[in-house]
Design a protein around this ligand. Structure first.
Ligand code: HEC
Ligand code: HEC
Length: 239
């Protein structure tokens, strides 16, 4: 339906601009009002790039330019976070209805632009990742065991992001952790859920493992709650 509408609108745009500029090419003229800007690159660089990085990579926040991320998340979820912000993180609300600066049309243009520029139908190369959202309850103890078995070898290094520290966890929501564990962040070296090692062999996390690890990390946001329910030392090699 949106494609049909585009087919109706495009000849009009070409007639008005008096040239055959291809859709997707950058517009040179600056529209009169900020709400009229619908060019993805302009919208992205003005509103998102500072946190999510040039072209969606190497920013302090989530790698939106990771094709695995684009394949994992649906349009409604993107719209929800961009419009309303992501609670528990620094992600601001952009919809005018939520006090932000962007119209619904601009948010739709950003979503469509990300799909076009950064999406790839073969992002998972035939593999099926755990679902974007958790579907079962997680277990703190199992999560700690899985974390020790699958994450700690990399993350206990002092130079690495201390993902178990309450200071780090206070800035990142459970869903953001889940997204990072599943889709990875190739730009900074975080592997995806398959946890492929240097020799190329993978031992993918199951959906329940991901949920348990996020539940365990979430429990560390409030250390008092954790010390009230001591966690046994994990048995090596069972996970
Ligand atoms: C002030 C910094 C900041 C700005 C500006 C910003 N973001 Fe974010 N965004 C974040 C943070 C922080 C997160 C949480 C994930 C993380 O910690 O990496 C996030 C999360 C998201 C998510 C959800 C990721 C998930 O887990 O599914 C989407 C989608 C997103 N941002 C899109 C955008 C878009 C599009 C823009 C521009 C319109 C934008 N963001 C601008 C900081 C920002
Ligand atoms: C092969 C090594 C490796 C493994 C295994 C690994 N990570 Fe990471 N992870 C990294 C690297 C490298 C980074 C980039 C930042 C850094 O250097 O610490 C990172 C970053 C992260 C981040 C921060 C992302 C950000 O946006 O700041 C989180 C959260 C994370 N890892 C969680 C995990 C969890 C949970 C596991 C286990 C499921 C895991 N990692 C397994 C190497 C690894």
């Amino acid at each position: 339906m949106r494609r049909g509408a585009l087919a109706l609108v495009l000849p009009l745009v070409f007639a008005l601009t008096g040239c055959g500029r291809l859709p997707g090419a950058r517009a040179e003229a600056t529209p009169a009002r900020p709400e009229d800007v619908l060019d993805f690159h302009t919208l992205y660089s003005t509103n998102c790039q500072a946190c999510h990085g040039a072209n969606g990579h190497n920013g302090p926040a989530m790698e939106l330019g990771n094709p695995e991320y684009q394949a994992l998340v649906d349009d409604a979820t993107l719209r929800k976070w961009i419009s309303g912000g992501m609670p528990g993180t620094e992600m601001p609300a952009f919809a005018q209805s939520a006090g932000g600066m962007l119209t619904d049309a601009q948010i739709n243009a950003i979503i469509a632009g990300m799909r076009k520029e950064w999406g790839s139908p073969s992002a998972f190369a035939g593999a099926t990742p755990p679902p974007y959202a958790a579907t079962q309850a997680g277990d703190v103890r199992r999560g700690q065991q899985a974390y020790q078995a699958r994450c700690a070898s990399c993350h206990q290094k002092p130079s690495r992001q201390q993902v178990t520290s309450p200071a780090y966890l206070s800035l990142v929501s459970d869903q953001a952790l889940r997204t990072i564990i599943i889709a990875g962040r190739p730009d900074i070296g975080q592997p995806d859920w398959r946890l492929t090692d240097a020799n190329g062999s993978a031992r993918p996390l199951a959906a329940q493992d991901v949920t348990d690890i996020v539940t365990y990390l979430g429990s560390l946001r409030n250390p008092a709650a954790v010390s009230a329910a001591p966690i046994p030392v994990p048995r090596g090699g069972t996970q």
